[in-house]
Design a protein. Structure first.
Length: 115
């Protein structure tokens, strides 16, 4: 399993970013995909989930109505559109998949929300 995130950066409060995760070496369309994040000094926390087909999504309350998760099973990618960002969204964002009971993570992409 390989997961490679991209798209992070520095953005002002109220701004937007789109993260992307390229997946390989597993049958992508058979697994639900997740985004997690880890703020400095805090534990990694769940952000969003998308079902195998993409017709079902679930979000943490803190990002509901601001973030949108999506996937393209033809391209083996999962994205996270983040709008109306605020400083509490700062952290390293990770793509995640659980395959045969094992959690796999990408290297993460840094998102910093600051004026």
């Amino acid at each position: 399993v390989e997961l490679v995130e991209s798209g992070g950066g520095l953005v002002q409060p109220g701004g937007s970013l789109r993260l992307s995760c390229e997946a390989s070496k597993f049958h992508f369309s058979l697994y639900k995909m997740n985004w997690y994040r880890q703020a400095p000094g805090k534990e990694r926390e769940f952000v969003a989930m998308i079902s195998r087909s993409g017709d079902s999504t679930y979000y943490d309350d803190s990002v509901q109505d601001r973030f949108t998760i999506s996937r393209d099973n033809a391209k083996n990618t999962v994205a996270l559109q983040m709008n109306n960002l605020n400083p509490t969204d700062t952290g390293v964002y990770y793509c995640n998949v659980r395959v045969y009971g094992t959690n796999y993570w990408g290297q993460g992409t840094q998102v910093t929300v600051s004026s």
